[in-house]
Design a protein around this ligand. Structure first.
Ligand code: COA
Length: 258
């Protein structure tokens, strides 16, 4: 396993901890590869009954590594983009997924929650999907799943404005199950994972298959990815990535629509 992803397997629970706190757990291609392997294997190892995802440091994750987005935009991206395998693994997973979220969950940090089965939040949790701020489009089938979950106008607001949704709203909108004290987050998430792990695994797996249409989700992910790749190469996105690197606000005013 890589240093940025910590894994613990005990009592049927696979706990995955995002461990790149100095970069706010921003996800690199290598991290996506490790996450994809873990989620794919969890469905096949005959041991894992629940997967629990959490983050080290002061936020859950800052989403995709923006430096890697910039490298892809400049034609210097990695040969194989593991994010696609990670997203497909989420869509296909029939092992229950629990998430424990504190601080910000940005971009894929929020959209991956749409594939989780139980989401616990610390009071400081903030869900945000600032795709338009980076001149990108939604991913992880969130262009379908988010409006379905919260309604079109809230989903549009989240995608287009990219402003954070606080923990109370996230629960009220059906994006998470409940809020617990920050110092209790990991313990409570573990207790919930244990509770789920004690249920008949075959029943839960069949239930997930019935509740989610993996093929349709993958088709949506793939069409989003095609548009996402186009957007990564746009002048707007280049300006957004440069602005992030230079720690300034992007200026899209002189860039025409295409
Ligand atoms: N990709 C790469 N590096 C990131 C990152 C990301 N998504 N998010 C944070 N980092 C890095 C910063 O560049 C900084 O690195 P440095 O110390 O070498 O300068 C470090 O993590 C700390 O981030 P900083 O911005 O100083 O922390 P903050 O607490 O002020 O803000 C965030 C935290 C998450 C609000 C802010 O970092 C942010 O907006 N990140 C980008 C989120 C994003 O757009 N993700 C893509 C979504 S599609």
């Amino acid at each position: 396993m890589i240093a940025e992803i910590r894994v613990e397997q005990a009592n049927g629970i696979l706990t995955i901890t995002l461990a790149r706190a100095d970069k706010k757990n921003a996800l690199t291609n290598e991290m996506y590869g490790a996450l994809a392997d873990l989620i794919e294997n969890a469905g096949q190892d005959g041991t894992t009954r629940v997967v629990l995802v959490q983050g080290d440091g002061d936020i859950f994750t800052a989403g995709n590594d923006v430096g890697e987005f910039a490298a892809i935009a400049a034609g210097k991206g990695p040969g194989e983009r593991h994010v696609h395998r990670f997203l497909h693994a989420l869509a296909k997973s029939t092992v229950p997924l629990v998430a424990a979220v504190h601080g910000k969950a940005v971009g894929i940090g929020t959209t991956m929650l749409l594939h989780c089965d139980y989401v616990l939040l610390a009071p400081d949790a903030q869900l945000m999907t600032p795709f338009a701020n980076l001149a990108l489009v939604p991913e992880a089938a969130s262009s379908y799943l988010l409006p379905l979950r919260v309604g079109h106008v809230r989903a549009f607001e989240m995608f287009a404005l990219g402003e954070p949704i606080d923990a109370n709203s996230a629960v009220a909108w059906g994006l998470a199950n409940k809020i617990c004290a920050k110092d209790e987050l990991r313990a409570q998430a573990k207790r919930m994972a244990e509770k789920i792990a004690a249920k008949p695994a075959g029943s839960l797996s069949a239930m997930k298959l019935l509740m989610r249409n993996a093929e349709a989700l993958i088709a949506k992910m793939d069409s989003e990815s095609a548009k996402f790749e186009e957007r990564l190469a746009s002048a707007e996105a280049r300006e957004a990535f440069s602005a992030f690197a230079e720690k300034r606000k992007p200026d899209f005013s002189s860039i025409s629509q295409h």
